[in-house]
Design a protein around this ligand. Sequence first.
Ligand code: SF4
Ligand code: SF4
Length: 389
Amino acid sequence: MNSRKPVEPLVNDGLAGEPPSKRVLKYVEGRKAKGSPVVGIYCGYAPIELLQAMGIVPAVLCSFSRVPIETAESVLPANLCDLIKSSYGFVMEGTCPFFALADAVVAETTCDGKKKMFELISELRPMHVMDLPQMPDQPEARDNWKQMILRLEKFLEETLGVHATDEQVEASIKWSNRKNRLARKIFEYAAMHPPVISWREIYDISFLALPSTGPEIIPLLEQSIEKLEKRVAEGVYFGKPDSPRVLVTGCPIGGDATKIFNVIEEAGGVVVAPDSCTGIKVFNGEIEENTGDPIGAIAERYLRIPCACMTPNTGRLHALSDMIEKYRPDAVIDFILQACHAYNLESYKIGNHVAEQHGIGFLKVESDYSQGDIGQLKTRIEALFETLR
Ligand code: SF4
Ligand code: SF4
């Protein structure tokens, strides 16, 4: 940051200084206290517009802390990704406040580790697993996914006694599109040279905005844009004007895994685009409005999420190119959680695409939630930055 003065927090909800998870917890607790059912979700494919239209509060159950991993390894194999072990470890220990609030859990057939974890969790909560088509370009994929969303709706009606009309789903889509447009506008301040928003703030905004499609988040996002405009006028920015700009892609990043962002900063770089399901990715694109088939429109949009569990996942290459053109990074770092085969295998294509189509730096790193590899990560990232000079 170039200013000696403390920068005003972007989101002023009375909880400034609290980690995003605590702030989201307050929101979920508040809605639950007013009678809304809470449904745990584990993935970007969970159709939150439908949940919100039914009066349900979605609560993200993916965890990013190394603390419960040892507990999880008493049941799960050690060579499983830390995201799954952490998430299940919290459930085993009974220490996940979001799981404690959840009346049911919605899951999807993404990677094998998650699928098998869902079988274990189904013993503890009513659970609905959506059969996610994994070949999104096949002609029947969209209709199959629409059927899965309709089945989810039936499960929620029967389990929680909730209901939504097509008009309510359409209204939820419109709020969601508006929220996503505002979030994208906020992230555009990271495209500036130098960026006017930090990765911590992007991460904070993503966390706060993700579970809500309702009107309550809109004023917070609008206030953030006003504050960012003020920063532009005052010349506030992050990093240095010549800091290497980095786009971080790959597995979802949060909690202990944010070490990668800290290391990039310590090595002299600046993170301009955290592109994953915990970053900018989920706010890209829009659900088509006024189609007369709101569930079909939701199916269409969600199937376009470029997750490595899809094959072929060409959408990720297009999305990455769009992000590179927008945020103009000097390098892409592909962050792979150890034992995540889908993202690990896909990294070869990502590296080739970045080099051949964009001619910028690329580095693949495999890591976990431990802090033991920070020195090694720093050495490798410093070496990457050397090649950019
Ligand atoms: S990376 Fe894929 S499996 Fe993981 S949350 Fe995102 S969409 Fe779901
Ligand atoms: S990071 Fe990879 S292995 Fe872990 S839950 Fe996500 S897709 Fe599955």
